[in-house]
Design a protein around this ligand. Structure first.
Ligand SMILES: [Cu+2]
Length: 64
C-alpha cells in the first residue's frame, strides 16, 4: 500500500474495518520519509535484523 504526502511527517492511523477481536486497539503510525531517509532507515533495520540490505529500486533513483 502506498500513501502520498507533500512533506515528511507522521500520522496516527486506526484500522478502518471491523476485523475481529481487539479491533478497537488497532492503532499505529505511518511515518512518511524522504527516499534517502527511508533507505537509510531500511539499511539500518536490515543490518539489525541480520539480513542483507537491498535498496528498493524505485527509491534508489528517487531524489529527496
Ligand atoms: Cu481492525
Amino acid at each position: 500500500m502506498w500513501f502520498s504526502t507533500p512533506e515528511p511527517n507522521s500520522f496516527d492511523i486506526a484500522c478502518a474495518e471491523y476485523c475481529g477481536l481487539r479491533h478497537s486497539y488497532m492503532y499505529t503510525k505511518v511515518v512518511a520519509m524522504t527516499p534517502a531517509d527511508f533507505n537509510a532507515w531500511y539499511q539500518e533495520a536490515s543490518l539489525k535484523a541480520g539480513r542483507p540490505y537491498e535498496p528498493i529500486p524505485s527509491l534508489a533513483a528517487a531524489r529527496n
